[in-house]
Design a protein around this ligand. Structure first.
Ligand SMILES: [Zn+2]
Length: 270
């Protein structure tokens, strides 16, 4: 009978052979499934991972930055930093971790500001400032004619040629990491530039590079934002006012969220 033949075959020597040939296949497919599940899970975790943003309110304490018409750069920077944190937390909830380098009117060393971002392994560090032509130029017609935002990123890193052989691997890894951070900062600067002109209605937003310590000491993507000119009376009022600071926080958070979404980070709640 077919059934008995089948039963015999299944119970006979063949069964052992079959088990021995099927089981490795089964084990292999289970291992493959395990690997796939790990990959899928790690992708989901990566997609849901918290975005860490360090906001550096420039100057502080005895360092007022530019002071024009009674408006201090340090106060504008801190106020926009706090509004930006609130905006990001409202829009992203627990998907974003926002760290301020200073919470109050206090001086924080420039290297310490970069260290805070490095220790947090931040996805991005933004240093907030206001531009100025100097107090002496304040009442000149040229100062009143100059306005607009400016973004600074660090210049390209240089690979030193006379590295001791034992340090070549480490130097190369650092160089590649810095180059990667700078490329991210360039991408981010493009978005910031667009949103500062559209959402925050700045006249223009140039992107420049400079060896600013807060940028060169950062081992994370870092950008310094000159939000506009305090030496331009109209822009000084806008920078110090509620509407201006609200729009700046909105524009900068728009850029941060767009960059995160472009890179597969689903951080926005709406
Ligand atoms: Zn400044």
């Amino acid at each position: 009978m077919q059934n008995s033949t089948f039963a015999q075959t299944a119970a006979g020597p063949c069964a052992g052979r079959c088990r021995s040939s099927v089981r490795p296949l089964w084990d292999a497919s289970r291992r493959l499934m395990g690997i796939l599940m790990c990959l899928i899970t790690s992708q989901l975790v990566a997609a849901a991972a918290t975005l860490t943003i360090v906001i550096d309110a420039g100057h502080g304490g005895h360092d007022y930055g530019a002071v024009v018409n009674g408006v201090s750069e340090k106060d504008v920077a801190l106020s926009v930093a706090q509004r930006l944190r609130q905006e990001l937390q409202q829009r992203c909830g627990g998907n974003v971790d926002v760290i301020l380098t200073r919470e109050r009117d206090e001086y924080v060393d420039l290297a310490e500001r970069a260290r805070i971002a490095n220790n947090a392994r931040a996805d991005l560090m933004l240093s907030l400032h206001c531009n100025s032509l100097g107090e002496a130029a304040h009442h000149t017609s040229s100062a009143q004619a100059i306005d607009g935002a400016v973004l600074f990123i660090a210049p390209p890193p240089r690979l030193i040629s006379d590295i001791p052989p034992a340090d070549v691997m480490q130097a190369s890894a650092t160089f590649n990491a810095m180059r990667g951070n700078r490329l991210t900062a360039i991408e981010m600067a493009r978005l910031l530039s667009r949103h500062l002109v559209t959402t925050a209605a700045r006249k223009s937003c140039e992107v420049r590079q400079d060896n600013l310590l807060v940028l060169t000491a950062a081992r994370v993507p870092a950008i310094l934002i000159e939000m506009d000119y305090l030496t331009n009376d109209e822009q000084a009022r806008w920078l110090a006012g509620d509407d201006g600071q609200r729009l700046l926080a909105k524009a900068i958070s728009d850029a941060i969220i767009e960059h995160a979404l472009n890179n597969g980070r689903k951080i926005s709640l709406y």
